[in-house]
Design a protein around this ligand. Sequence first.
Ligand SMILES: *Cc1c(COP(=O)(O)O)cnc(C)c1O
Length: 390
Amino acid sequence: MKKQTIAIDTPFCRKDVYGSLSMPVYHTAAFEFETASDMADAFTGKVLAPDYSRVMNPTVTYFEDKVKALTGAANVFALCSGMAAIHDALIVFAEQGKNIVTSNHLFGNTVALINKTFRRFGIGCHSVDLTDIDAVRNAVDDDSCCIYLEIITNPQLEVANLMALADIAHEHNIPLIADTTMIPFTEFSARELGVDVEVVSSTKYISGGATSLGGLVIDYGTFPIVNERIRFELLFNVGNYMSPHAAYMQTLGLETLHARYEMQARNALLLARKLSKTPGIKKVNYVGLPDHPYHDIAMKQFGQSAGCMITIDLENIEACYRFINRLQLVHRATNLFDNKTLAIHPYSTIFGNFTHTEKAKMDVLPTTVRLSVGLEDVEDIYDDIKNSLG
Ligand SMILES: *Cc1c(COP(=O)(O)O)cnc(C)c1O
């Protein structure tokens, strides 16, 4: 079956007693058993049955099953946020004395997770330009535990060659872990590009209009330790599983994901083209524009679409603030891939607690405004932006 059908019609693992057409929300902390031995089997993992909603809940399992069917993954774990998913995927491999090979171009909280939180536990980081394959080869050593990247970096919009990175990782018997939040898994196969573990902030495209927070670890089974550690260690001991209510909303979000994404990516491309010809903007950065330095590799890897995030550079920070303050339709808000179009100044917000020097190292510029293009009519979005440029 095609992905659009799978996203709608994946069957429940067990028939609902009332024949409910939507997966019911099992709003319960615990599950009851017929016998003591049934209970023992569930608790020891001999039988996969829900016992306690920190570890397993049928509504969440159904969401995970749909993602599994859509990606062909061996295991999928739905967690309470994108950051929880990134934390769990990395902590499966990282430990004292090991290092993570990654770039300076990462989501702000991921930079802080790796460089601040993990450092306190003796986990190092080898920061390298992931588009420079020789540099990556030199950065990996015997203590490296994984190569980690974002498929289109935010807000720089850099795209590395996944297959080349996977080759280096696999030569060292370590996984390539990719944050694929920027392009939904309905549009391309990370597995075919050599990715071993995919992490996604399902808060973004999947939630269906920013209804809830969520994260996914999509495990392709190439490193069995991912399933062992997350299922039998981290879910129990860390407790960052998705809530049943969030899973219900995100399951609905999955049903319309492809349709929404197609429309939003089309809006983003049309808007980027118009903005490139608009006076008052110094630079338009969108991977979907043919003259973008990473256009060709992005099209090859991600199936002819480039996501819904555009950045524009204006004269200076004052011009950015003035522009954002004038917007009438576009919302002043963080988040990506809401149904609504959003604008934010990353330098002073998402990266606001980093020093100027740290931001310069990450190529986060004071002149950049980030736009997440929504589902409104593109003419209306463009008019608001044009009028707000003054
Ligand atoms: C938003 C985002 C995250 C964090 O996800 P949350 O669901 O907000 O915790 C991680 N990576 C990328 C690329 C993101 O855009």
